[in-house]
Design a protein around this ligand. Structure first.
Ligand code: AKB
Length: 314
């Protein structure tokens, strides 16, 4: 049985990944760590939790050693919009944090590391439709630059030290448990809360802005599937993955099928330029071929599920 450390467990993905991993590997074998206090109840109630900052290398090493960790999910990251407000902090947290994790992993012979990259690794010169796995990586945001650098770093640690590092380029993630913060795709989560609570939403992207997205159950499955994928079948360390693609206007129309009174207007801000530099749709055929990646949720199924869950909660 694996002994898993999840760094950045309080974030949007971490807070749902931890319970999903505990279901599979047992509560005691999944140690959740975060910098945010208090950590969300969803992770504190289900198993071991430690306050940890990935920038504190010694504490990180101590936890890996004392808790007998063999697998790491490194989820801590500043996202694209925050990264444009604080580029130096984004570099520090995203790259120095990752370097610390890779160094600690090397010292303690960690078996496997999962570190998510993002569609932000692509940039304005990348083909925007059906973006291939292997293509131009010239992002125009600090977040994207940190993701491309991270992709190169994990490849380097594999080549030089034999660390089994694995990564997926995540699109926007839609979820009902923990709100995302500081991303460009955050609108696609906020819109559901506002549709249920206030029946209206002002979107910070234009109506026609189309981006790749994924629903959280597919995202946690994607993480586990890549972790457990047979190493002999993997021909690379970084994979494109996607669940669906839609524009802000198409999402609003889908929500109106469930909430007919819902109204939306559009006031694009600085995040529009970020969205315009990213792909509109992703070719994830290599992930499908090499480790049987197969998402279950499309726009219709995801929207119905989000509305059902949030209606009950809100
Ligand atoms: C963001 O919007 O910054 C993130 C991402 C696509 O990586 N959700």
């Amino acid at each position: 049985m694996r002994r898993i450390l999840v760094i950045g467990a309080a974030g949007q993905i971490g807070s749902e990944l931890v319970p999903a991993l505990r279901e599979i590997y047992g509560s005691e074998n999944v140690i959740a760590t975060g910098r945010r206090t208090p950590l969300p109840e969803i992770i504190t109630k289900g198993g071991p939790v430690i306050y940890l900052d990935a920038l504190q290398k010694d504490t990180l090493s101590k936890v890996i050693y004392e808790r007998d960790i063999d697998t790491i999910f490194h989820m801590a990251s500043l996202l694209s919009a925050t990264g444009e407000k604080m580029p130096q902090a984004a570099w520090n947290i995203n790259i120095n944090g990752l370097l610390n994790v890779l160094e600690a992993a090397r010292s303690y012979s960690i078996d496997r590391i999962i570190w998510p990259s993002s569609i932000a690794a692509f940039g304005p010169s990348t083909p925007r439709e059906n973006t291939p796995n292997e293509t131009i990586l010239q992002p125009s945001t600090m977040y994207g630059i940190s993701k491309v650098s991270g992709e190169l770093l994990i490849e380097y640690y594999y080549q030089k030290y034999g660390l089994d590092t694995r990564s997926m380029r995540l699109p926007g993630i839609i979820s009902s448990e923990t709100l995302p913060g500081g991303g460009t795709t955050d609108y696609a989560v906020e819109i559901f809360y506002e549709a249920i609570k206030n029946k209206k939403y002002t979107c910070f992207l234009k109506e026609e802005t189309r981006l790749p997205m994924m629903y959280m159950p597919d995202c946690t499955k994607c993480m586990v599937d890549l972790l457990e994928a047979d190493p002999s079948k993997l021909k690379r360390h970084v994979y494109n993955v996607t669940g669906m693609s839609f524009s802000a206007g198409e999402l609003a129309l889908e929500i109106q099928k469930h909430v007919p009174e819902f109204k939306i207007d559009y006031k694009p801000d600085f995040r529009q330029a970020i969205a315009d530099s990213w792909p509109m749709s992703i070719d994830d055929s290599l992930a499908r071929a090499e480790w049987e990646w197969n998402p279950k949720y499309d726009l219709q199924k995801m929207t119905k599920d989000m509305i059902d869950i949030l209606r009950k909660r809100l």
